[in-house]
Design a protein around this ligand. Structure first.
Ligand code: SAH
Ligand code: SF4
Length: 363
């Protein structure tokens, strides 16, 4: 099966002086002739108290601010759309080489959650996912991943979402791409978020379709981030038909890797299950899923399929989702039916898809 995992093009033709594309520990090199404490000041602006515009970096001298100029971010914000009465914001970022990726910020009364991308596109081709239908463009650099987080933090500090905290409380890798197929860069992004920005590992969820070697590597990392497994089917035949990479990493391997993670980190795994009418929403799947969830001690999140332009499957009716949830609950499985945010701006889970070269209308 020709699946691009770690390999793949990384033709990042960006200006070399974009600070987020440098390791936070190597900003001295970027600043050249500046006194050493300037690197500390810049690091603070980038990772501790991010600002939308370099002009606001008031402790830096004017000439240095001018030098950074419009290359503060490794992307242009091509559009910003608001949905759910202004509580959901979707950004479309465009890199200098033309690669495009999206992030979605969701405001709630007591928390704010940012859904970030780890790749432009995705090579894994799950049938029901708009990103998968679009194909793979390239991996995102660590700095491009972490800049999405910094941008949202700056946005919340400076502009904010009415009725929500002014700080970012959660980050989920549920945007475009498969994070564990871009392991080294995602790892470096996690390191910067946790060790440089100071985010709690508990505030971060890595969602994977089941790249088993990636789960095993993540198990060895020092950070107890939450792990979400996008399962969608509880037997190999059905799963392979929806999630092609299941052929390479079948359910038994996936379950054992996830269990290994749970045992090492003590963080409960969550199983994501997109409900598709007549496909994976029957009682037989619920029974099999209950057994898997029970063995893994996992929490199950059910989410109605979000419509995408090319999906053949349709969403399960609400009554079926409730019956499926009831059956799981009757087997003592912890289950939640997830609300869908961002549907009105195509920003819900699985809907992110950028038409390359096409400039979307901002709204
Ligand atoms: N590649 C990773 C993370 C990005 S996808 C993964 O697959 O887990 C984020 C989540 O969106 C996954 O749980 C995925 O199964 C789900 N998803 C994909 N397409 C969807 C759709 N059309 N409707 C609802 N959820 C979808
Ligand atoms: Fe890729 Fe995840 Fe979409 Fe599958 S669901 S195609 S792994 S982004």
């Amino acid at each position: 099966m020709p699946i691009a995992l770690e390999a793949g093009s990384t033709r990042l033709e960006t200006k070399p002086d974009v600070p987020y594309l440098h390791s936070p520990e190597a900003l001295e090199d970027l600043l050249g002739d500046q006194p050493p404490y300037r690197a500390d000041q810049l690091r603070t602006w980038l990772y501790k108290t991010p600002v939308l515009d370099v002009v606001a970096m008031t402790s830096l001298p004017k000439d240095l601010r001018a030098r950074i100029g419009d290359s503060l971010w490794p992307f242009q914000v091509e559009s910003e759309q608001r949905g759910d009465s202004g509580t959901t914001i979707k950004w479309l970022f465009r890199a200098p080489d033309g690669a495009a990726y999206e992030a979605v910020l969701m405001g709630y009364p007591k928390r704010t959650t940012l859904c970030i991308s780890s790749q432009a596109g995705c090579a894994l081709g799950c049938t029901f996912c708009a990103t998968g239908q679009f194909g793979f463009e390239r991996h995102l650099e660590a700095g491009e991943i972490v800049a999405q987080v910094a941008y949202a933090r700056a946005f919340l500090r400076e502009i904010g979402i009415p009725g929500s905290p002014r700080r970012l409380t959660n980050v989920v890798f549920m945007g475009m791409g498969e994070p564990l197929a871009n392991y080294a860069r995602v790892r470096e992004a996690l390191r910067r978020m946790i060790e440089v920005m100071g985010m709690s590992a508990r505030a971060i969820t890595v969602s994977t379709v089941g790249v088993v070697p990636g789960i095993r590597r993540l198990t060895e990392e020092p950070w107890p981030v939450y792990l979400a497994i996008s399962l969608h089917a509880a037997d190999d035949e059905l799963r392979t038909s929806l999630v092609p990479i299941n052929k390479r990493y079948p359910l038994a391997d996936l379950e054992s890797a996830a269990m290994g993670y749970f045992e090492r980190k003590g963080r409960r795994i969550s199983i994501e299950w997109t409900m598709m009418d007549g496909v994976n929403d029957g009682d037989d799947q619920a029974e099999k899923l209950a057994r898997i969830a029970e063995r893994m001690g996992a929490h199950v999140n059910l989410i109605a399929l979000n419509p995408t332009p090319l999906t053949a499957e349709s969403a399960s009716p609400r009554a079926r989702i409730d019956a499926f949830a009831d059956l799981l609950a009757s087997r003592d499985v912890n289950v939640t039916v997830r609300d869908t945010r961002g549907r009105d701006i195509d920003a819900a889970c699985g809907q992110l898809r950028v038409i390359a070269g096409n400039k979307p209308v901002s709204g």
